[in-house]
Design a binder for this molecule. Structure first.
Ligand code: NDP
Length: 325
């Protein structure tokens, strides 16, 4: 038997509770793992509060991310005792996930835990931080280098935003954070933001081309914010789009692309190929200051995850929530 957070939906409605489950109920996959830590990403928050149809099969053990130890494996790359990190692949949506003391996962999904990180640190990074790294890699692939100019990070006090600021500042960029939380300004400056702007400046409909400011942008927000960020990006600049905290829409025009040669780079973490994941985790190990990471983290126990998810959805969380399994 093992302890897990179980999400159920039936005629009696939606329920989320920590319960004991039999290992025989775990879905088929070639590696049995013991997650030591998991985390709450935005999508986990939606699942745990039943706010959006993230969960596709019921009942579901949520938990998109996990880090811990391999217990059993019939996959050639993994043996008992190996340390792993897992992000995405529909886990916690269609396949039972890591908010549990046991999970069966595919060996092809797992990445070796970098020696630089404990399972707790890897989950402090989580999908949010790994996505931030994917955004930085996308900006670099399109030519961003220290000295290129100011880099805007939207959704700044969230998980993606926090890690993106820490990474970009450490790499030598001048980072401007856009946030809706005035009380987070000190936190964002500690992470490395050179300046903080009110996200309201970007939140409403704007002109298709505006004064050129950003050499690059990491956008976790979408909608008018992304449209304005594109309209303010300098000639030849690049914008990495990964999120939709403001909205799924993109009320923009082709003007930034055809008149300023701006590149819009899409970033997906869920189905990213293993080689790219390994590159992202290796870069996180070398480029992220573990001391700064600690300033972003709030830790909860498994039975505190649902309440923390409620706070995440209410926009009351700064940085990242790790869940001790
Ligand atoms: P968080 O909830 O941690 O952070 C989101 C942040 O966005 C908030 O902290 C807030 O920052 C800002 N925000 C919230 N609501 C609004 C709004 N209405 N308008 C403008 N800004 C808002 O989420 P994550 O950082 O984990 O994820 C950010 C986004 O990225 C989500 O949409 C998520 O689904 C997406 N995502 C996508 C991935 C991918 O693979 N493409 C992977 C991971 C996440 P502040 O208060 O500082 O303004």
């Amino acid at each position: 038997m093992f302890k897990a957070l179980l999400l159920e939906k039936d005629d009696a409605g939606f329920r989320a509770s920590v319960t004991e489950l039999d290992e025989a109920r775990l879905p088929a996959a070639d590696v049995l793992v013991a997650p030591e830590y998991s985390t709450l990403n935005y999508k986990d928050g939606l699942a745990l509060t039943n706010r959006a149809p993230v969960v596709r099969n019921w009942p579901m053990v949520p938990g998109i991310d996990g880090a811990g130890t391999v217990l059993e494996s019939s996959h050639p790359d993994w043996k008992p005792g190996d340390r792993f990190v897992h992000n995405g692949w529909g886990v916690g949506e269609t396949h039972w996930g890591c908010l549990a003391q046991r999970a069966r996962l595919k060996g092809d999904w797992l990445v070796r835990l970098p020696a630089a990180f404990t399972p707790r640190q890897a989950m402090a990074i989580g999908t949010a931080g790994y996505t931030a790294m994917l955004c930085v890699l996308a900006l670099e692939r399109h030519g961003l280098h220290p000295g290129s100019g100011e880099v805007l990070v939207t959704g700044a006090s969230g998980g993606v935003g926090s890690v993106a600021i820490a990474l970009l500042a450490r790499l030598g960029h001048r980072v401007v954070a856009a946030s809706g939380k005035p009380q987070s300004a000190g936190y964002l400056q500690t992470l490395g933001a050179a300046a903080v702007i009110d996200r309201a400046e970007l939140a409403a409909a704007g002109k298709p081309l505006q004064k050129e400011r950003w050499a690059a942008v990491v956008d976790a927000v979408g909608s008018h914010t992304l449209a304005n960020a594109l309209a303010q990006t300098r000639y030849g600049g690049v914008v990495a789009a990964c999120g939709l905290a403001q909205g799924m829409d993109l009320p923009s025009s082709v003007a930034p692309f055809i008149l300023r040669g701006v590149t819009l780079a899409g970033v997906d973490s869920v189905m990213a190929p293993r080689a790219l994941r390994e590159q992202a985790w290796a870069r996180l190990a070398s480029d992220l200051d573990p001391a700064l990471l600690e300033t972003m983290v709030e830790e909860v126990a498994l039975d505190g995850a649902v309440a923390a998810a409620g706070r995440l959805m209410a926009g009351q969380v700064q940085g990242r929530v790790v869940v001790r399994i």
